[in-house]
Design a protein around this ligand. Structure first.
Ligand code: FSX
Ligand code: SF4
Ligand code: F3S
Length: 385
């Protein structure tokens, strides 16, 4: 009963917010999302199916489906500024470069993308002016991709026509932003640039600004996790519920291992012993060839990549823990189990198992760590609250 009241209140609030957003001037008045989707071969029915899927992904009741659709339609009322720091641009690629455009990438094309170096036509001084104008107007969603060299080595990332440092650009852009998302593991936690010995002193966005930053890690994150966060902000205009690492719990609340399609194999003690063996052909569990799914919080198994086509474990390689802090340093070697090494991830200092070659030991060890890890994370979270 109480849950029902909360969801009715939320629904009402989201409705009011969407009406307000709809009353704002559209960035590109001549564009209509439904028509654009139809011109690319997506029917209204496809769009509503997509909205239903996003509603479920955001852990909202089905009654929010029409609102999620509406949120996508008014997405061109809120400007987005997307900055590139030190990275490989894989996060943008994850969203924009599918062979056929997905509904997610078309929506991203439709939003008021005021500044995004990969896709905008402007360059040099013209690009700097676009950024300056967007920041001056304020009220935008700021999305930052990449780790950010900071302090004495800040100049290692010097960008743009005015040769500003990335840290300076990100700091200034954060000032007038309505919401800030660190897109990808580099921006969320430093990523590959910050891996030992971190020669440029690369830092996560949250260390560059003192404003609240929502982390959307993954190297890269899926298109659904990027678009889902924009939708959530449009719907509610507030911070989503976050875990101890400021990751939205709707996307990062469960471990890869919890929803993995090979989980039955793990529980039955059926493991791939080496790549290409009979077990690999039969789709056995990849734990013994290094899968870090038991230590990694993300929803890849549920939402997958490239329009729900596949994800690392379906493709036959273990999860490498790419949405965890410092995974380059703590999760490698990527094709060996963590075993009893000391490492520092969400599970701070807990070794996984002493007996990687003993199937029973593996199962017990991992299950125990899984439970302990949840306890550790909730303890940290409680402390934060
Ligand atoms: Fe690359 Fe984005 Fe990894 Fe980093 O991704 S996919 S190195 S998270 O910042 O471009
Ligand atoms: Fe899936 Fe990896 Fe867990 Fe095996 S260890 S069930 S492959 S997440
Ligand atoms: Fe990354 Fe593991 Fe998903 S490697 S993409 S978190 S399956």
């Amino acid at each position: 009963m109480k849950a029902q009241i909360v969801s009715d209140e939320l629904l009402q609030k989201a409705q009011e917010r969407l009406e307000y957003l709809q009353s704002l001037p559209a960035h590109n008045q001549d564009r209509n999302l439904i028509q654009e989707l139809e011109s690319k071969g997506f029917s209204r029915r496809d769009f509503m199916k997509w909205a239903g899927m996003m509603t479920a992904a955001l852990s909202l009741p089905a009654s929010f489906t029409p609102l999620a659709a509406k949120a996508a339609e008014v997405a061109n009322r809120i400007p987005v500024v997307w900055l590139h720091m030190a990275e490989c641009t894989g996060c943008s690629e994850s969203l924009l470069r599918s062979d056929a455009p997905s509904i997610d990438s078309l929506i991203f094309d439709y939003i008021s993308l005021d500044y995004h170096e990969t896709v905008m036509a402007a360059a040099g001084h013209q690009a700097s002016k676009s950024l300056h104008d967007a920041v001056h107007k304020g009220g935008y969603i700021l999305m930052v991709e990449g780790g950010i060299p900071e302090g004495k080595s800040e100049f290692y990332l010097t960008i743009g026509a005015q040769a500003t440092t990335g840290a300076q650009e990100a700091r200034e852009a954060a000032q007038n932003a309505a919401a800030i998302f660190a897109i990808g593991t580099c921006s969320s936690f430093g990523g590959v640039q910050a891996a030992y010995p971190n020669p440029t002193n690369a830092q996560p966005l949250s260390k560059i600004t003192n404003k609240p930053v929502i982390n959307v890690p993954g190297c890269p994150p899926s298109e659904k996790n990027i678009v889902g966060n924009v939708l959530h902000y449009i719907l509610f205009g507030t911070l989503p519920s976050l875990d101890a690492y400021n990751r939205p719990t709707w996307a990062y609340g469960l471990r890869i291992h919890d929803l993995c399609e090979r989980r039955g194999r793990f529980d039955a003690g059926q493991f791939v012993e080496s790549f290409g063996d009979e077990g690999a052909q039969k789709g056995y569990c990849l734990y013994k060839v290094g899968c870090k799914g038991p230590y990694t919080f993300n929803n890849c198994s549920k939402l997958r990549f490239n329009q729900h086509t596949s994800w690392p474990i379906q493709a036959g390689h273990g999860c490498i823990g790419c949405s965890e802090p410092n995974f380059w340093d703590t999760m490698h070697p990527f094709e060996e189990p963590i075993g009893n090494r000391l490492y520092s991830t969400s599970f701070d200092g807990l070794g996984a198992d002493k007996t990687a070659n003993n199937v029973g030991g593996v199962i017990l060890g991992v299950a125990a760590v899984g439970i302990a890890a949840h306890a550790v994370v909730s303890a940290i979270k409680k402390k934060q609250d």
